[in-house]
Design a protein around this ligand. Structure first.
Ligand code: HEM
Length: 245
C-alpha cells in the first residue's frame, strides 16, 4: 500500500496550460453543440434567420476558441519545459528513449511514470492540436463566406457584390446587391472548406473520445493524479519520473 509520505509532488502544468485546457474544453463543447444543430438545421426545420443566429453564436464562440488555441501554439515556444514543442511532439532522441522505456516496461506489466506526457500521449496531443487548428482555420474562412464576419468577411462581400456601391447591401441569405455568377464562384471556393470543417469534426469527435479513454486508463494504472494535475498543476509520484531532469 502506497502511503502519502512515500509520495512526492512535481510541478507540471503551468497556469497558462491549465487555462488553455479548460477554455478549450468549454468552447469545443459549445461549438460541437451548436455545430450539430447547424448540421441538422434542415431536418429541424430551422428558418434562415435562425440559421444566421446559430452561425453567429458559433462564430463568436469560435473566436474565443481560435484565440485560445493560437495562444497555446505560441506557448509551445515560450512556456515551461513540459509545455514546449520538444516535450509534446513525438520526435527526437529524447522521445525515442522515452518510447523504448515505456514499451519495455509495458511488456513486463510495469508502468513508468512521466512528469509530462508519455510517448503515446504525445501522439494524441499532436493530433488534437493539429485537428483543432484545421477546424479553426476552416471555420474562420467559413465565417467570412457565410455570414460575412471577420477576418475575411469584407473580402468575401467585395467578391460577391454587384459593385462597390452594393457592398453594404450584401447580407447573409439575401440576394440583394449580389452578382449571381460571382456568388456561385465564391460558393465553389467555399465548398472544400465546408467539407473539411465537417469531416474534421467527425474525426475530432473520435479523437476526443480516445483522449478521454487514454486519460482515464493512465490514471487508473498509474495513480499519479493526472486528472487533478489539470486543476492544480501538480502530479504525485512514488518513484522519480523518467523525464525528471
Ligand atoms: C473545435 C471547434 C469547432 C467545431 C467542433 C465545429 C463544428 C462545426 C459543425 C459540426 C458545423 C456544421 C457543419 C455543417 O453544417 O456541414 C460547423 C459549421 C460552421 N462552423 Fe464550426 N466548428 C468549430 C470551430 C469553428 C470556428 C473557430 C469557426 C469560426 C470562427 C467556425 C465557423 C463555422 C461556420 C461559419 C459554420 C457554418 C458553415 C455552414 O454550414 O454553412 N467553426 N462547425
Amino acid at each position: 500500500m502506497v502511503e502519502q509520505k512515500d509520495l512526492q509532488e512535481y510541478r507540471v502544468w503551468d497556469r497558462s496550460i491549465r487555462w488553455f485546457h479548460w477554455i478549450n474544453v468549454l468552447t469545443v463543447l459549445a461549438l460541437i453543440a451548436i455545430g450539430v444543430v447547424i448540421f441538422n438545421s434542415k431536418a429541424l426545420g430551422i428558418t434562415d434567420d435562425g440559421k444566421v443566429l446559430l452561425k453567429t453564436w458559433h462564430v463568436y464562440i469560435g473566436y474565443v476558441f481560435a484565440v485560445n488555441l493560437g495562444w497555446r501554439l505560441i506557448w509551445g515556444f515560450v512556456g515551461n519545459r513540459f509545455s514546449r514543442w520538444n516535450a509534446i511532439l513525438p520526435f527526437g532522441a529524447q522521445y525515442r528513449e522515452h518510447k523504448k522505456a515505456f514499451f519495455s516496461n509495458l511488456k513486463q506489466g510495469k508502468s513508468v511514470g512521466f512528469q509530462g506526457h508519455n510517448p503515446l500521449a504525445r501522439w494524441m496531443v499532436m493530433a488534437l492540436l493539429l485537428l483543432l487548428t484545421v477546424q479553426a482555420v476552416t471555420g474562420l474562412v467559413l465565417a467570412g463566406t457565410d455570414i460575412y464576419k471577420p477576418p475575411f468577411g469584407q473580402q468575401f462581400k467585395a467578391w460577391v457584390a454587384e459593385s462597390p456601391e452594393t457592398m453594404d447591401q450584401v447580407k447573409p441569405y439575401s440576394e440583394v446587391g449580389i452578382d449571381k455568377d460571382a456568388y456561385k464562384e465564391m460558393r465553389d471556393f467555399r465548398s472544400p472548406f465546408k467539407t473539411i470543417h465537417e469531416l474534421n469534426f467527425f474525426v475530432l469527435l473520435g479523437l476526443i473520445v480516445l483522449h478521454l479513454l487514454g486519460v482515464i486508463v493512465t490514471e487508473l494504472r498509474e495513480r499519479n493524479g493526472l486528472i487533478s494535475a489539470m486543476f492544480t498543476g501538480r502530479k504525485v509520484f512514488r518513484d522519480k519520473p523518467l523525464d525528471k531532469d
